[in-house]
Write a protein that binds this ligand. Structure first.
Ligand code: ATP
Length: 588
């Protein structure tokens, strides 16, 4: 197949902005493309060589492309460089130089799609010593045989600047018309695409076998599935009525979405954008091997950075330590990940994408062996607005972004690649910063685990209620303690340990160990939120809710100068909460 044929179509597409016209040009192109080349033509038209998830990128540096043009045109690099600057487009510059060549060097051999693809493929894969020279050589070899127009598109492609603006859906429309006879077949093709994330693969299947050829598509371990996404509403009431009265509500964890593919011991992890991010998460691979009790499976989970000693969830930013090239080992130790699994797409030969959520979750329950680090997403089934509100508050307080409410009806399939009303997210719109520190009284503690076994993992902290002369809980804090602090905690509290909750402590939480309110610590948090479990200001702002400090951290200061009655009061916390709201309103 002549490359010039592709280039003609590119030119036409470049000259229009009308989607229908673009579709017509593509239909014509696909019909003229030999079946064995259709996948390559599809990738090339999107400026690619492979589906994105393979991570093989075209895009050589402009400097190298300039060298290649100079070499092919028999001119100097500086001349090419100057023209690129003048024209503002390296493709146009390539066309100009290729047009200037003497007759003798023109068109020695016509360019075919096969040759172009093969050349670009070798350029994309060249690595190591001598790779740059090799890339320049291959590109200039292609350019030497290119017409000016071919050179323009070839150079745009290889530098990652093709940008024809052909959307995935336009390609699917064109494939449906070209090989099934009508656009009505697009949903079948779209589903195949959503399950495989591979437009070229879909093109090949439909070109070979028509609509029937595509119907056989199913999920494949190792090929990412385009993720199902959620719509958004802003009240619990609206959400429940939209979703049919009763639903599963899950914590919306603030981490990274991980699509985990497991095949025996081989684990591959894809991001929400379907990049292969396996190398960022060796620990998740290990967890998947150990805790997914199916030989083959595809599950979705949110990976969240946690405090290894207390199990508290940390803010999303802490995950970014995983994005670096070096030091993954240290990041793994400092910021280990907990997995909260929320969906199952495939297990041991069975495609679950068309099963209902209760069926998917039911099977997920069975194949996940739970541990400290691997759990199912926290969930409730509810038909009560009030219960949903409480669950939402608890989610926020625990460090989540909110909740995702999911349909459990007979139509609650996994809608790959779609943002629909089967999942509705309920988030808070604002983020705020609590600038003040607070001084809180330790009234209880929870046993530590891991490195903290034998000492306390987290302390239960309270504010002072002056009016009632009691201490009301406002957070659990396990972060901010140095190893030294930790070692000294049992000693520090030794004289205050009592066998039951102190009479002046109001708490709905059951601590492992209770203290006499005595020790005051300085705490800094991200913000104050409503809480269904903490008793600070209970019922004052909303019935059934108190206030909590989110993401609390010990500043390192023991306020030995303060008696428990000198601690931050409940009234002060209420005031801080309103001040924070005012600030948010002002910002909005
Ligand atoms: P956002 O920025 O709100 O995360 P988004 O476009 O990435 O938006 P949405 O579909 O709108 O994604 O929201 C769902 C996202 O929430 C998922 O991509 C996933 O990363 C995350 N998430 C956390 N917990 C859950 C859960 N229990 N179920 C589904 N998604 C969850």
């Amino acid at each position: 197949m002549d490359y010039s044929l592709l280039v003609e179509v590119y030119q036409r597409i470049d000259a229009t902005t009308k989607r229908l016209e673009i579709t017509d040009y593509l239909v014509d192109l696909f019909k003229r493309t030999p079946v064995n080349l259709i996948d390559k033509v599809v990738y090339l038209t999107q400026g690619k060589l492979y589906p994105d998830y393979m991570g093989i990128e075209l895009g050589i540096a402009e400097k190298l492309a300039i060298k290649a043009i100079a070499m092919a045109a028999g001119t100097s690099e500086s001349a090419v460089d100057k023209t690129v600057k003048e024209l503002g487009d390296i493709g146009e510059a390539a066309a100009k130089f290729m047009g200037k060549r003497s007759q003798a060097t023109l068109f020695q051999e016509s360019l075919t799609v096969e040759k172009v693809y093969d050349g670009l493929d070798r350029i994309a894969k060249a690595s190591g010593e001598g790779a740059q020279d090799l890339k320049i050589k291959i590109l200039s070899g292609l350019l030497a045989n290119a017409s000016p127009n071919e050179a323009k598109y070839l150079v745009r492609t290889v530098t990652g600047r093709l940008r024809l603006g052909v959307a995935d859906m336009t390609i699917l429309d064109a494939l449906a018309i070209a090989f099934c006879g009508s656009k009505d077949y697009r949903p079948i093709l779209e589903r195949a695409y959503n399950l495989s994330s591979d437009l070229g693969g879909v093109a090949k299947a439909v070109a070979e076998g028509g609509a029937e050829g595509v119907k056989g598509f199913h999920v494949v371990v190792g090929k990412p599935i385009r993720p199902m996404l959620a719509e958004r509403l802003t009240s619990a009431e609206e959400i429940l009525s939209k979703i049919g009265g009763k639903a599963i509500a899950e914590y919306k964890y603030d981490g990274e979405r991980l699509q985990i593919h497991k095949q025996a011991d081989q684990v591959t992890i894809f991001s929400r954008r379907l990049e292969n991010i396996t190398h960022h998460y060796p620990d998740v691979c290990e967890l998947a091997r150990k805790h997914i009790k199916a030989k083959e499976a595809i599950i979705e989970a949110e990976g969240v950075a946690i405090n290894p000693d207390s199990g508290e969830m940390l803010p999303f930013q802490e995950l970014m330590h995983r994005r670096r090239k070096y030091g993954i080992e240290e990041a793994m130790e400092q910021y280990p990940i907990a997995l909260f699994c929320f969906d199952l797409l495939y297990a041991d030969g069975k495609d679950y994408t068309l099963k209902t959520l209760p069926e998917r979750r039911g099977r997920l329950e069975k194949i996940i062996e739970k541990s400290d680090r691997v759990q199912l997403s926290q969930a409730i089934i509810t038909d009560s607005v009030e219960e949903l509100e409480k669950f939402f508050e608890k989610a926020i307080e625990d460090g989540c972004e909110g909740v995702v409410v999911k349909s459990m009806g007979s139509d609650s399939i996994y809608q790959a690649g779609a943002r629909g009303w089967l999942w509705i997210k309920y988030k808070r719109d604002y983020k705020s910063v609590l600038t003040d520190t607070v001084d809180l009284v330790a009234v209880g503690a929870f046993h530590g685990r891991g490195k903290r076994a034998g000492t306390y993992g987290a302390l239960l902290m309270a504010a002072y209620d002056k009016k009632e002369d009691v201490f009301r809980t406002v957070c659990k804090v396990g972060t901010g303690f140095t190893d030294e602090d930790l070692a000294k905690l049992p000693e520090l509290f030794k004289n205050y340990v009592i066998p039951h909750r102190h009479a002046r402590v109001e708490s709905q939480l059951e601590a492992d160990v209770w203290f006499v309110p005595a020790v005051v610590l300085e705490i800094v948090g991200a913000e104050i939120t409503l809480s269904p479990v903490h008793t600070c200001a209970m019922d004052r702002i909303r019935a059934g809710s108190g206030l909590a400090i989110r993401f609390p951290r010990f500043t390192g200061r023991y306020r030995t100068d303060k008696a428990p009655e000198d601690a931050t009061t409940v009234d002060e916390i209420v005031e801080m909460y309103f001040r924070q709201l005012k600030k948010i309103e002002a910002e909005a």
